[in-house]
Design a protein around this ligand. Structure first.
Ligand code: GDP
Ligand code: IMO
Ligand code: MG
Length: 420
């Protein structure tokens, strides 16, 4: 049985925290897409951890953690992450499994990412520059290298062949680079990774399913960054939706049971692209400040705005969400009024559907206003104890989207969680 947990907005909804909270119910946590563009934060025991590639179940000793075939892996980044996790006493050699079919981010992928973003001018996506797009391009272009290739005695030859085109591309961009600055660390990391469990993860996961184990598939990014359904071209390069769990882990759709969809009580976005409810004003500043809205991977300030129900409903539809989880409710404490976007006015027409081009300038969000609430929500553990005005707001959201909100997160710590 496989449950899926994923983000319903533009990423950073709190997936790391929620996966960590849910892990005691599961035997396995498996990441199915994305790469080190992700930054998943977990907090417990007074410490904060950020994971980029390792699944967020890693801090639970009983849990098997699998990096699935749909993920793209930067060996240098993963080595750093593993070494850091090991200092906390985590048994990575026992609990981490890596799919032999996951694609490799090569040093040249990162350089090509930087060079092509620099050349995009006003059309910049605002990539994390972790080499994600060039790596997925090579995967789809059938010229990528995979984790399994590391074990091939001819890996260096394969590598040299794979980077030949990247070099041509970098030259065409007149991009100044020196591979010698990157290759030693890359080959050192490649050697380092060989000591871990590199496996055929589709056979392994399906055998675990057969044995009755409980598996939680962990998404990265968010539905509005999905390559097909996100605000294209301001998206990432993978399928972030539930369907991505099937292709990114090698599991059949019938195996999927619950789909936990996470949304923040407001919205944020890092990087460029449309954001209808964005507040480029004092309210937005206050959301950024109170919510500590700065990227876990790049440290960039996150753009902030009000909750957007049309995009949330769209995300719920695409993912088949069965259970909703609302995070960062505590951040809204102290706002005199809280707004929710109910629909859009597009060129005089009211709609709650997402248009082909979400960037069009004539989209006017239609808001409903709710009285705000005050007080520290982070200490509350029972739903009944939450302020009435908060409950009115949440009841409205729930009624509009028609899926129950079962978990309310009221702080970054594991403990700061209300199960309804
Ligand atoms: P992810 O990428 O979806 O895992 O989310 P990030 O870790 O990038 O960003 C979420 C941020 O919000 C992190 O700093 C979390 O520690 C923090 N966070 C998660 N849930 C809550 C919450 O309910 N309240 C507050 N105040 N912070 C939270
Ligand atoms: P988590 O898993 C928020 C955004 C980037 C950029 C676009 C493309 O922590 O939620 P890419 O690096 O994929 O080429 O960037 O997607 N982006 C994220 N935004 N959270 C993430 O991951 C993101 N991963 C990528 O900012 O706009
Ligand atoms: Mg993040």
């Amino acid at each position: 049985m496989v449950d899926v947990v994923l983000g319903l907005q533009w990423g950073d909804e709190g997936k790391g925290k929620i996966v960590d909270v849910l892990t005691p119910r599961y035997d396995v946590v498996a990441r199915f897409q994305g790469g080190p563009n992700a930054g998943h934060s977990l907090e417990f025991g007074g410490n904060k951890y950020v994971l980029n590639t390792i699944p967020s179940g890693i801090f639970h000793a009983h849990c098997i953690n699998i990096i699935g075939n749909g993920v793209v892996i930067d060996p240098v980044q993963l080595k750093k992450e593993i070494e850091k996790a090991m200092t906390t006493g985590v048994d990575i050699k026992k609990n981490l499994y890596i799919s032999e079919k996951a694609h490799l981010i090569l040093p040249t992928h990162r350089l090509v990412d930087a060079a092509s973003e620099a050349n995009k001018g006003v059309h910049k996506v605002g990539s994390t520059l972790r080499g994600i797009s060039p790596t997925y391009q090579d995967k789809i272009g059938r010229s990528g290298l995979r984790i399994g290739d590391l074990l091939d005695p001819n890996f260096k030859e394969k590598y040299t062949h794979a980077i030949a085109n990247h070099k041509k591309l970098l030259d065409s961009f007149n991009y100044d680079y020196n591979l010698a600055d990157h290759e030693p660390a890359f080959f050192e990391a490649v050697e380092f990774l060989k000591q871990f469990k590199i496996i055929n993860s589709e056979y392994y996961i399906n055998s675990l399913i057969k044995a009755g184990k409980k598996i939680l598939a962990e998404g990265a990014q968010g539905t509005l960054l999905d390559i097909d359904f996100g605000s294209y071209p301001f998206v990432t390069s993978s399928n972030t939706i539930t369907g991505g769990a099937c292709s990114g882990l090698g599991i059949a759709p019938q195996q999927i049971n619950k789909v936990f969809g996470i949304f923040k009580a407001y919205c944020t976005r890092v990087g460029n692209g449309p954001f209808p409810t964005e507040q480029e004003n004092e309210t937005g500043e206050m959301l950024r400040k109170l919510g500590h809205e700065f990227g876990a991977t790049t440290g960039r300030p996150r753009r902030t705005g009000w909750l957007d129900l049309p995009t949330l409903k769209y995300a719920i539809m695409l993912n088949g969400v069965t259970d909703l989880i609302c995070t960062k409710s505590d951040v809204l404490s102290g706002f005199e009024e809280v707004l929710v976007c109910d629909g859009y006015d597009i060129n005089g027409q009211k709609t709650s559907e997402i248009p082909f081009d979400l960037s069009r300038k004539d989209i006017l969000p239609l808001y409903r206003s709710f009285p705000g609430w005050t007080g520290d929500l982070t200490k509350i553990r029972n739903y009944q104890d939450l302020p009435e005005t908060f409950k009115t707001y949440m009841d409205y959201v729930e009624a509009q989207i028609g899926v129950p909100v079962n978990v309310i997160s009221v702080g970054p710590d594991r403990e700061e969680t209300i199960m309804k």
